[in-house]
Design a protein around this ligand. Structure first.
Ligand code: TTP
Ligand code: MG
Length: 684
C-alpha cells in the first residue's frame, strides 16, 4: 500500500521490489566486505581475488554466532553511515564558505609546520611469528603455514596467496587453504627474537621507538650524517645486518616522517625497502593515490564512513575538506588534513617515554553468571591490575569496568573514587558497585569478559623543583617539539591526533581478534577443522588472555654496542639500562628539565638546547601570527570547546580537551605570545 492507501501500480511495485533487492544485495556486499576482516591490507595478497575470498568466508561462517555478530555490527555501521550521509546532504544545502576558508587556513598553517629535514625509518619484520617458527622447522618455509589455532595471528607468505591472514578464524583459513599447517603460539620465542632485532636497531638509533613486538621507528638523520651515508644505503645495511645476525628478514619504509615511513614499509613487503623522498611534491603525489585504509589510524569502520562521502584516497580528502569537521569532529578533521598533506611526526623516542593514558587488564572466560564467581573474577582482575599499576608506577583517579555479555555486547561503566586507587582492595571495593548495578539492569547477566582500567593516571614516581624553581620531571628527552610527559596531574600535553587515531584503530583490531576467539570455539567440534588439532577451550582462553598482553610490554631500549658520538642522538634515560635479561633493571637517571616560557613544555636543561628550543618556539609563534594576520577572517583554528561531532559518530575523535594548552593558561594566567582571547594551535 502507498501512503495514501491506494494500491501501487505494478511498475511501482517492481521498482520497490528492485530497490529492496538492491538494498539486500548491497547489505550483503557490505557484510561480505566486513567479513574480510581486519587484515585486508596485509602484504602478500596482491594476487588474491578478494571477492572470491569474501564468498568463501561468507559461506564458511554463515549461521555462526560470529557471523550474526558481524551482521549486527555491519547493520549498525550502515545505519550510522546513513546518518552521516543525511547530515552531509543537509550541509550541502548550507553556505559552507567559512568552513572552506577555515580548512584552507588550516592547510596553510599545517604547511608551515612541514619538516623535511629528518629521515625516519619504519621497520617491520616479515610474517614475524611464522618466520621465527620457520627457523626451528625450515621445511615449513615452503608450504602454507600459520601461527595460532583458534584465530590466526599471522601466516607465511605462501598462505597469504590463498587469502589467509592474521585475524582470521582458523576454520575459515582451512576452507581457503585446506593444507594449511597451524602451529601453536610460543610467545617466549618471539620475545627473544624481537630482542635480538632491537639490539641491532640500537646501533642505528639508540632512541628508537618500538611500536609493537616486531615494529619500530628510527630516526637515522644523525646516523647518516655521522657515517656520510645515504638513507637507503644505511637501511640496506641495517636490513642485511638483521638478516645475517637473526636470520629473519625485515622490510623498511624511509620517509620524512613516521606516518609515511610506516605506509612505505608495507609497500613492497616482504624483505624490501621503499623510500618516499623528502620533498613536498613527491609526498603529495604519494598520498594522492593512497587508499585511506593504508594509513595507520584509519581502521575499517572509518574507512567505510569516509568511502560513503566519496573519500577513497587521501587525495580525495581535499575536495571534502569543508564537511569533515562537521561530519566527523575537529580531531578527525585535523588528522585527515595531515593525511592529505602527508604530514606526520618526526620525533621518535623510546616507547617508555610516552605518557600512559591508562593501565588496565581484562580477562576472557567461559560464560559466567554466578554472582559469587563473578565477584571472584572481579577480585582476581583487581589483583592483576594492582600488579600492573605497581610495575608502571601509577595510581588512577578514574576506574573503568568493562564487561562483555554472552551476546558480545560490550558495556563500560566508570566511577571516580574519593581517592586515587591502586591497591587490589580499593580497586575491588570501588568497582563492585558498578558491577552490582549492571547486574540489576541486566537480569541474568552472563559475561564472557571482564576488565578493569585506571585512567586519569597519577604518577607515583618522585618529582621535584630544582634550584632555579624549574620543575624537574622523572623522564623526558630534551624534546624540542612535542612532549607527552605529564608535568602536572591536571595537564595533558598536546598530542598529535594521529596518536589517538592509531590507538583507536589498534583497539578496533584487538576487539575483533577477541571476538574471533569465540567463533573458533564454536567450530571446534566440526569435522572440517579436525586438521587444526584444536586447542581445548581452556587452552584457547589462556592463549587469548596471554595474547592480549603480549607485545604490549614496554621494554627499555638495549644499549648500543657501536656507539659513536657522531651518530648518537642525545641519549635519554633508557640508554644505559642493562638488558632486561640480566634481571636487574636500574631505575632511569632523572634528567633535569627546564620549562619553556613560551610553550611551557619541559626541555632538557642544556643552555644550547634550551635556546634552540626558544628560537623554535618563537618562530612557531611568528608563523601563527603570520597566518592569523593574513587571514581575511578571525582565526578559526580555535580549540574546540566541546566534544564536537566526533562522539556522535561513535569515535572519540574530539576530546575538546586541553590540547596544546600550557599550564599557566589553565590557571587563568596570560600566556606569552598569545594575542587576545584567540587560542591558535598548530597541528604539530
Ligand atoms: P604484523 O607485523 O602485523 O604481521 P607479520 O609480521 O606477521 O606480517 P607482515 O609481514 O605483514 O608484517 O604483526 C607482527 C606479529 O604480531 C605477527 O607475526 C603475529 C602478531 N599479531 C597478532 O598476534 N595479532 C594480530 O592481529 C596481528 C596483526 C599480529
Ligand atoms: Mg610484521
Amino acid at each position: 500500500m502507498t501512503t495514501d492507501g491506494s494500491k501501487p501500480q505494478p511498475e511501482v511495485q517492481d521498482a520497490v521490489a528492485a530497490a529492496a533487492a538492491q538494498a539486500v544485495v548491497s547489505e550483503h556486499e557490505t557484510l561480505k566486505y566486513h567479513l574480510l576482516g581486519p587484515s585486508l591490507t596485509k602484504a602478500g595478497q596482491d594476487s588474491v581475488d578478494q571477492q572470491k575470498i569474501s564468498e568463501i568466508i561468507y559461506n564458511a561462517s554463515k549461521g555462526s554466532k560470529y557471523f550474526n555478530n558481524e551482521e549486527y555490527k555491519d547493520k549498525n555501521l550502515t545505519q550510522k553511515i546513513e546518518k552521516i550521509l543525511a547530515k552531509k546532504r543537509q550541509l550541502e544545502r548550507m553556505d559552507l564558505a567559512s568552513d572552506l576558508r577555515r580548512a584552507d587556513e588550516c592547510i596553510a598553517e599545517l604547511e608551515f609546520s612541514r619538516d623535511l629535514s629528518q629521515t625516519v625509518v619504519h621497520i617491520d619484520c616479515d610474517a614475524f611469528y611464522a618466520a621465527v617458527e620457520e627457523l626451528d622447522r625450515p621445511e615449513l618455509k615452503h608450504v602454507p603455514m600459520a601461527v595460532g589455532k583458534g584465530v590466526l595471528t599471522t601466516c607465511n607468505y605462501h598462505a597469504r596467496k590463498f587469502g589467509c591472514r592474521s585475524g582470521m578464524a582458523g576454520f575459515v583459513a582451512m576452507k581457503l587453504c585446506p593444507n594449511l599447517i597451524c602451529l601453536p603460539l610460543n610467545f617466549q620465542k618471539y620475545t627473544a627474537k624481537a630482542q635480538e632485532v632491537r639490539e641491532i636497531l640500537a646501533d642505528y638509533d639508540p632512541r628508537f621507538e618500538s611500536s609493537s613486538i616486531d615494529e619500530a621507528y628510527l630516526n637515522i638523520t644523525e646516523y647518516c650524517e655521522g657515517k656520510g651515508m645515504d638513507p637507503e644505503e644505511a637501511v640496506t645495511q641495517l636490513r642485511n645486518e638483521v638478516c645475517e645476525k637473526t636470520h629473519i628478514t625485515i622490510s623498511a619504509g624511509i620517509a620524512a616522517n613516521a606516518k609515511i615511513a610506516k605506509i612505505a614499509s608495507n609497500k613492497n613487503k616482504p624483505n624490501c625497502q621503499f623510500r618516499v623522498a623528502n620533498d613536498r611534491a613527491t609526498i603529495l603525489a604519494f598520498m594522492r593515490d593512497l587508499p585511506t585504509r593504508k594509513v595507520n589510524g584509519i581502521g575499517r569502520v572509518f574507512e567505510r564512513e569516509l568511502d560513503a562521502i566519496g573519500v577513497k584516497t587521501c587525495g580525495d580528502i581535499y575536495s571534502q575538506r569543508a564537511y569533515l569537521s562537521k561530519l566527523f569532529g575537529e580531531k578527525a578533521f585535523q588528522f585527515l588534513m595531515q593525511c592529505h598533506l602527508g604530514l606526520g611526526r618526526t620525533k621518535v623516542q623510546p616507547a617508555e617515554e610516552y605518557e600512559r593514558k591508562s593501565v588496565g587488564t581484562e580477562s576472557t572466560f567461559h560464560d559466567m553468571s554466578d554472582k559469587t564467581e563473578l565477584r571472584e573474577k572481579l577480585r582476581w582482575i583487581a589483583e592483576e591490575l594492582e600488579k600492573d599499576l605497581t610495575r608502571t608506577q601509577f595510581k588512577g583517579r578514574t576506574l573503568v569496568l568493562k564487561i562483555k555479555l554472552h551476546t558480545y555486547e560490550v558495556l563500560t561503566r566508570q566511577t571516580i573514587p574519593p581517592k586515587t586507587v591502586s591497591t587490589a582492595g580499593d580497586l575491588y571495593t570501588y568497582s563492585l558497585p558498578m558491577m552490582a548495578k549492571l547486574e540489576k539492569e541486566i537480569p541474568g547477566m552472563k559475561l564472557r569478559l571482564m576488565g578493569l582500567r585506571c585512567t586519569h593516571l597519577v604518577s607515583t614516581k618522585k618529582t621535584g623543583i630544582d634550584f632555579f624553581g624549574m620543575r624537574r620531571l622523572p623522564s623526558a628527552g630534551g624534546d624540542t617539539s612535542l612532549s607527552r610527559t605529564k608535568v602536572d596531574e591536571d595537564v595533558e600535553w598536546e598530542v598529535w591526533p594521529e596518536e589517538e587515531f592509531e590507538a583507536a584503530a589498534r583497539q578496533e583490531r584487538q576487539d575483533e581478534m577477541n571476538e574471533l576467539e569465540r567463533l573458533s570455539q564454536e567450530h571446534q567440534s566440526q569435522d572440517d577443522v579436525s586438521a587444526l588439532d584444536p586447542l581445548t577451550q581452556e587452552e584457547e582462553l589462556e592463549e587469548a588472555n596471554r595474547r592480549h598482553k603480549h607485545g604490549r610490554e614496554i621494554l627499555p631500549n638495549p644499549t648500543p654496542k657501536k656507539q659513536s658520538t657522531s651518530n648518537a642522538r642525545e641519549l635519554g634515560p633508557s640508554v644505559g639500562f642493562q638488558k632486561p635479561a640480566t634481571g636487574y633493571v636500574p631505575p632511569p637517571k632523572e634528567e633535569m628539565l627546564w620549562t619553556c616560557p613560551i610553550c611551557a613544555r619541559p626541555q632538557s636543561a642544556s643552555d644550547k638546547n634550551f635556546n634552540d628550543h626558544i628560537d623554535f618556539c618563537l618562530s612557531r609563534q611568528t608563523i601563527k601570527e603570520a597566518v592569523r594576520d593574513t587571514s581575511p577572517s578571525p582565526p578559526v583554528l580555535e580549540r574546540p570547546t566541546s566534544d564536537g561531532g566526533g562522539k556522535e559518530n561513535g569515535h572519540n575523535y574530539s576530546n575538546g580537551n586541553k590540547r596544546g594548552r600550557p599550564p599557566s593558561k589553565r590557571k587563568g594566567e596570560p600566556v606569552m605570545g598569545e594575542r587576545g582571547s584567540k587560542k591558535l594551535f598548530f597541528g604539530v
